[in-house]
Design a binder for this molecule. Sequence first.
Ligand SMILES: [Zn+2]
Length: 57
Amino acid sequence: MKILKKCLTRGEEFIASKMSSKYCCRECERDASRKREAKRKKVSGKVKKKRLFISVH
Ligand SMILES: [Zn+2]
């Protein structure tokens, strides 16, 4: 089964062998997970700041 999909990292089209695949290659997958982790770290940092702010109040 071949499915034409768009890579979520670079936006290029590729033929996926699985419905669940979102990236054309492992490199793109790694890049995406790295970005996701960076975002998560930023979000958790914001949450910590908010908590601090609340405790000050
Ligand atoms: Zn890609």
